[in-house]
Each structure stands twice: as C-alpha cells, then as structure tokens.
Design a protein around this ligand. Structure first.
Ligand code: NAG
Ligand code: NAG
Ligand code: CU
Length: 562
C-alpha cells in the first residue's frame, strides 16, 4: 500500500506565552486498518488509527479523559519518558500504579509537561500496544538549544508490525508447545512500518533546517535508520538535549527516541529515500517472506520520480554511549545504593520465563503503588510487594546504581519509569558480568532506554529525587509478558505524605473487585502474610491466524551465556 501523508510543519518555535491545559477526550476503540496492505483489527482512538499525537509546550497541563470502548479487553496508558513527578498515579502501568481500565469504564490522566523533547505514549497492559495503541508525545520548548536553527519539524515513527493480535501471540509465546518446539522463540513481526504505514512521503523545501524526531514504537525489533544524501546531527536522545553530534546512521531500539537536524539541499532537483532496517540479530529465525526493510521519502518535488531504495547493507550506527548531554551533568560519583540484577531466561515447567535474580515478575493483586501508600512503615520492606513483585526499595536522595548483567543470548533494551539515568558502563557482546571497576565517563550520556547487549552488561546511575513506584523493565513487550520487570519503590514514606489517588482510579478497582489497600495480596492486618499470592502469570487468550507448526528438526539450543 502506498499512502501519502502530509506533515504539518509546526511553528511552535515562535510562540510563547502562558501555560495552558491541553484536553483530550479519547474513546479507545477497535478500528480496521491495513498499514502494510493486510487488513486487521487494531486499537485506535475515537475510531481512528494511527493514534493522535499528544502535543504541548513545556509547562502545559495535559488532561486525557479516556473511555474504554473496546468491549472485550482492559486497557491503560503510559506516557513513556515523562517523570510524572508528583503524579505517580498517572504513570499508567496496570497492576503497578493503577488497576486496568475495564471495558465501559472512564479514567482520567492528568499531569504537567515538565520536560522538553520527544516522548510517546502506549498501552501498558498485557502487551496491548502491539495491537496499535501507541502514538507520539511531543513537548515543545522555545528555549531548546537548537531552536534558533530549526525552520520546520517532523515526527518520524518506526515500528514493527504483526498480523496476529497480541493476546494470541502472547498466549502462544507463553505455551509449552512454543518452549518445546520453538525453543521459546518470540513472535517475529510480519514487517516494519514507518509513520504507521510503508513508503510515507515527507514533503520538504530546499534550503531549510528540519528537526526530525525519530521514535521507535516497536514491540521487539531494533532498527537502523539513515537518510540518503543527508547527514544527521543528533541534538536530543530520550528527552535529553545533547551536544550536537553528526552521524550518517542511527540504531534505535524499541522505545528509544532521537531528534536530529538535517539541512535540506539547495535545490529541488531530486528526491531521497529514508531507509530503515530491522535488526535481524534479535530474531531466532528469519522467515523467507519477512521484509526487514522499510522505506520513506524526503520529497522535494512531487512531480519528480522517487528513488528506488535498496536495503541498508552497511550497519555502522553512531554509538550512543559517546553522546554528551548539553547540560554537562557530571557523573554521579558517590553511589549510595547498588542494586545488582542478573537476568536470564529459563524453561519454567515448560514455559519460557524471564527472571531477575531468579525471580520472574508477576503483577500482584494490589497495584504496588497502592501497597506503598497503605502499608505504613512496612512500605519500606520489599517483601510486602510480594515474592514475585521483584521490588527494590530506595531512599530519598540516594544515588542509585543498577548493574544489569545479561545472561541471555539476545540484546535487551531496558527502560526505567520516573527517571532518566546516566549510562556509566556498557560492555560489548558476551563480555560476561560487570567486573565492578568501570572507568565511567566524566559526563555520561543520559537517556531512559538503554540496550544491554547479549551476554554483556550495563551500569546506570540516577538520583532518587522522585518519590514513586517506578517499573524497570525490558521494553521488548514479549519479555515483559515473560516476567522481565522489577518494581523500584522510591521513597514510599514521602509518597504517603504527598500523593492522593483520584476517585475515578479507585472506582475502577472497586468495580472489578481489586483490593486497593494492604500488601500484594490485599492483607491489611499482617503485611508479611502473602497467603494467596499469585504465583503463575495470567496469560491472555486469543487465537492465531496460522498457529506455528512443529519444526522438523530438533530444537536448537538458545545461545545462553554462563
Ligand atoms: C476483541 O474484539 C476485537 C474486535 O472485534 C477482536 O479483533 C479481538 O480479537 C477481540 N479480543 C479478544 C481478546 O478476544
Ligand atoms: C526499533 O526498535 C526495535 C527493538 O529494539 C529494533 O529491532 C528496530 O530495529 C528499531 N528501529 C530502528 C529504526 O532503529
Ligand atoms: Cu528483553
């Protein structure tokens, strides 16, 4: 399918003025769409898909009145990268900071845009964003360091795309049949999308500077991207302004964002291709019909022919570890609290489950935030969040260091809610566990999603200056479903003093019989009694179009690293 999109050039740069409230009334609905030529039900907003962009200026308040009109699935929205300082209950992960929104219910998200830059929103409930419920979230800043140089701006989204719906894919992914016959493999997408379509055309004018905000909304695949004939200058990663960095290619994992400047040519004699390719290293097998590539076009003159793009063949993306934040925030050098996370995948009674320090995350009955607010001084005891809650408690003001050791044979992009973090060490592939003596950069790059390479490690640091219950998880949606999540409970005693939960948030729990007080199982009398804890994950159910066949050969061992 060839679809023509026009991109409204935004002139926010010239506007200033007072903070406003941006109000959205969103019915979350099923819609039929065929972004790659295959028609399927997707989850959209107000009967439309692609989903709209949330957009405002720094300091604006955003109020989103949602109604779940899906009829047959629960939902929630997360605003990826926003710290939600003082508004932890608006963060969105179901089972963590709220109950899932049941069909028919209303639920309001309300927060201020305190950070500039490029973000996105997505469902944070049962792998649902794979089915389309995701979109850009842009916070304009007239004082951005590059603002003077930008004439126009464009948002460019990338994602992988499936033909089956998430519930069926998750159900099969978490099945014994998948573990036995396909080695627990993740579902492989049918292809990639750019601007929620393929071959989008982006109109540009000669002799201008464009800010291109690139957002990877993938569930799984990382992608390489380059723009033929145009060098890119990176000026922002994940909401952090960077010292301008020139590059020809970017590697962007699921959930990462890059803003780049490009200068257009001095004449309109030619159109150019934008080329992106999914990172095939992440897939266990490459189906013969899988197209790893997706293209778009910078169109200077719509009467001139479009180039015929060829697949990217050289992969030499800029190493994000070398980026320098514009504010030159120095290394947080005295670590108060180190959290060690060794993660791996195992065959757990015939199911492929992921573990952190031997524990596979299972969302508990009581959303962890509600436990933090209602268990008094016991809220500082990680046990009250459940043995499968993977809770780590940090204190106000601490410099927290998280060491992630990847014992798996695949790369994993980790995301922290409520913060961004300094990346102080990142190994190559198969480097083993962190030796504990990193020569950290004096001014480390900061972002909110970082790729931990296969068999390697990453070390991050941040200051605990945002009381809240913040999820820390791999952003590969399949791995979230397999349990690759931790709950960082930050300063719960401060949270108890400052945070109030709106009544519409309480109501949806009550309506579903979900307790909102006490420990993980809702015990308000004895916070350490976890009788009745959920010990197996609730796996959604859905049918697949073509259920995978048993392979002829015996299973191939996954490339585990000791
Ligand atoms: C819910 O309804 C939609 C639209 O009819 C359908 O495509 C989807 O498979 C259903 N979901 C489940 C979990 O049955
Ligand atoms: C987006 O992220 C996915 C998952 O990490 C990755 O496979 C894909 O290549 C990324 N896309 C781009 C254009 O970098
Ligand atoms: Cu992962």
């Amino acid at each position: 399918m060839l679809s023509v999109l026009s991109f409204a050039a935004l002139s926010f740069l010239a506007t200033s003025g007072f903070a406003k409230t941006v109000v959205y009334n969103w019915d979350i609905t099923w819609v039929n769409a065929s972004p790659d030529g295959f028609s399927r039900p997707v989850i959209g907003i107000n009967g439309q898909w692609p989903c709209p962009t949330i957009e405002g200026n720094i300091g604006d308040r955003v109020t989103i009145h949602t109604r779940n009109m899906l009829g047959n699935e629960t939902t929630s929205l997360h605003f990826h990268g926003l710290f939600q300082s003082g508004s932890n209950s608006m963060d969105g992960p179901a089972g963590v900071t709220q109950c899932p929104i049941p069909p028919g219910a209303k639920f309001t998200y309300d927060y201020t845009l305190d950070q500039p830059g490029t973000y996105w929103y997505h469902s944070h409930n049962k792998g649902q964003y794979i089915d389309g419920l995701r979109g850009p979230l842009i916070v304009h800043d007239k004082d951005a360091p590059y603002a003077e140089q930008v004439d126009e701006e464009v948002t460019l989204t990338l994602s992988d795309w499936y033909h089956d719906e998430a519930p069926g894919l998750i159900h099969y992914f978490q099945s014994v049949d998948n573990e036995n016959n396909h080695n627990g493999a993740e579902p492989i997408p049918k292809g990639a999308l750019m601007q929620d379509t393929q071959n989008p055309k982006i109109s540009v004018k000669p002799n201008k500077k464009y800010l291109i905000r690139i957002i990877n909304m993938s569930a799984f695949a990382g992608q390489f991207i380059s723009i033929d004939g145009h060098q890119m200058t990176i000026v922002e990663v994940d909401g952090v302004y960077t010292v301008p960095q020139k590059t020809d290619q970017i590697y962007i994992t699921a959930a990462q964002r890059y803003s780049v400047l490009i200068s257009t040519k001095s004449d309109a004699s030619q159109n150019f291709a934008i080329r992106a390719a999914m990172d095939e290293e992440m897939f266990d097998t490459i189906p013969a019909d899988l197209n790893l590539n997706v293209y778009g076009f910078l169109v200077y003159d719509s009467k001139k022919p479009l180039p015929t793009p060829t697949p990217l063949t050289t992969f030499a993306a800029f190493d994000d570890f070398a980026l320098v934040p514009q504010d030159r925030q120095r290394l947080l050098s005295k670590v108060d609290h180190q959290i060690l996370m060794d993660f791996d995948f195992i065959n757990d009674n015939g199911i492929n489950r992921a573990r952190i320090n031997g524990v596979s995350y299972i969302p508990q009955k009581v959303p962890a935030l509600y436990t933090a607010l209602t268990t008094g001084s016991d809220a500082t005891n990680p046990k009250v969040y459940g043995t499968n809650g993977n809770a780590f408690v940090v204190k106000p003001g601490e410099v927290v260091e998280i060491v992630l050791n990847n014992h798996d044979g695949g790369g994993h992009p980790w995301h922290l809610h409520g913060h961004n973090f300094q990346v102080i060490a990142r190994s190559g592939e198969n480097a083993g566990t962190y030796p504990g003596n990193a020569a950290a950069p004096a001014i480390p790059m900061r972002r909110d999603v970082v790729m931990v390479r296969k068999g390697g490690y990453v070390v991050i640091r941040y200051r605990a200056d945002n009381p809240g219950v913040w999820l820390f998880h791999c952003h590969i949606e399949w791995h979230v479903e397999a349990g690759l999540s931790a709950t960082i409970v930050e300063s719960p005693m401060e949270l108890q003093k400052s945070l109030r939960i709106p009544s519409d948030h309480m109501k949806i729990c009550k309506d579903q019989g979900i307790p909102t007080a006490g420990n993980a199982v809702g015990n308000t009398a004895n916070h350490l009694d976890l009788t009745g804890e959920l010990t197996t994950p609730e796996v959604p159910y859905g049918a697949l179009i073509n259920p995978p066949k048993k392979p002829r050969s015996n299973r191939v061992a996954r490339n585990f690293v000791a």
